[in-house]
Write a protein that binds this ligand. Structure first.
Ligand SMILES: [Zn+2]
Length: 244
């Protein structure tokens, strides 16, 4: 009887400790910011703009995750509601064409405005996406877990990691993702306004089967960048979306 009582106490304590006060901090943060049901409004431009009623990206889904908890808790993963909806739709669609896991990087502040050190990301319509990688031609995820310092990783002009040439950017996975993002955006009356990727990597992107479709679809991938901006887009691709 004593033993049964002991187990009952442990059971009750564990039930209580798994309650509201022990909610995962990510879930807690998400729950706190998910109540705004008013329609999102983006103002002005990605480089000088603001956002009303921005919606928070769920930290993870079946085949994607946000990349950094500090960034998330600092309120840098907000989007216009339509952008959020079609971004999640594209991840859902990706599950039927790819086994890959994707990571999403910085988005916008809840009310937009400057998101240092980014020059854009000001009105909830810009997203940074982490380059999916392979090592020895197999999906590779170790470098995905470096948090915000991922932005400082460097890749050469053929998409090989500077510290280990057997690690390469998976351009086919990127192109598949962009194509599905474009489709999902169109269904909502939006389009991809601009893809920013290091200029020297465009050849590799367009050489893949899905990259050829990307080019044929006329999705705009930047043709020229300042040296600094070009250098910064070797480990992630940035996309700006706009309404038709
Ligand atoms: Zn960006």
């Amino acid at each position: 009887m004593k033993i049964l009582g002991f187990f009952l106490v442990i059971f009750c304590l564990s039930c209580c400790s798994n309650g509201q006060d022990r909610l995962d901090p990510i879930d807690e943060y998400y729950n706190k910011h998910v109540g705004d049901t008013l329609a999102s409004i983006c103002h002005e431009s990605v480089s000088n703009g603001s956002l009303e009623h921005g919606k928070l990206l769920p930290y993870h889904g079946n085949n994607y995750s946000y990349f950094d908890t500090t960034s998330y808790f600092s309120g840098r993963a907000f989007l216009h509601e339509d952008v959020l909806a079609f971004t999640l739709k594209a991840y859902k669609e990706l599950q039927s064409v790819s086994d890959r896991f994707y990571r999403i990087m910085e988005c916008s502040n809840k009310k937009g405005g400057k998101l240092l050190p980014h020059q854009t990301h000001q009105n909830g319509t810009s997203i940074d996406f982490m380059m999916p990688l392979t090592k020895d031609h197999k999906p590779y995820y170790k470098l995905d877990k470096t948090g915000v310092s991922h932005y400082w990783l460097t890749f050469d002009d053929a998409g090989k990691y500077s510290e280990d040439k057997s690690v390469e950017i998976d351009f086919e996975a990127i192109a598949q993702h962009i194509l599905l993002l474009n489709e999902a955006a169109k269904e909502k009356g939006w389009k991809i306004k601009k893809v920013i990727i290091k200029i020297e990597l465009k050849d590799e992107l367009y050489a893949t089967p899905s990259g050829k479709k990307l080019k044929a679809n006329g999705i705009y991938v930047v043709q020229g960048l300042s040296k600094l901006v070009n250098t910064l887009h070797d480990e992630h691709y940035h996309i700006d979306f706009a309404k038709f």
